[in-house]
Design a protein. Structure first.
Length: 132
């Protein structure tokens, strides 16, 4: 419970754009969670550290490490949804972002391109028949 309080205080510090204070609160939360073996709490803390480090291009390596550790601790805590969330953030940060969903615009573009390809193939076939 006390570790959760430190994580909430860190979230507030992150909103206030005070990364040093947020990092300090997260390290306190991590110490408390490690002392009692609260793996889900450690995963939450590393997830927040990853978000803190992901804001700056200079600390992307640290963010990747934090997201990886968060996924590990969530797996140990048998929280697959949270582990997947950490893995998605890690993948997004690594440049292999989530697959874009189909929208009405992409479907229209796809249908239009297919239509044009069919027309081109028909004209090419007609031109080959006339040339023969």
């Amino acid at each position: 419970l006390k570790a959760e309080l430190h994580r909430n205080m860190a979230r507030m510090q992150m909103r206030k754009n005070s990364p040093g204070r947020a990092r300090r609160q997260l390290s306190l939360a991590l110490q408390l969670d490690e002392a009692i073996g609260e793996y889900a709490g450690m995963g939450q803390t590393y997830l927040l550290l990853g978000e803190l480090h992901a804001k700056s291009q200079r600390t992307h390596t640290a963010a990747k490490h934090d997201y990886g550790r968060a996924a590990h601790y969530f797996n140990v805590a048998e929280a697959p949804r949270l582990a997947h969330r950490a893995q998605v953030k890690l993948k997004t940060l690594s440049g292999g972002g989530p697959v874009a969903r189909d929208t009405w615009l992409t479907r229209i573009l796809d249908r239009g391109a297919s239509y044009l390809l069919r027309k081109i193939e028909k004209r090419r076939a007609l031109a080959e028949m006339q040339a023969s």
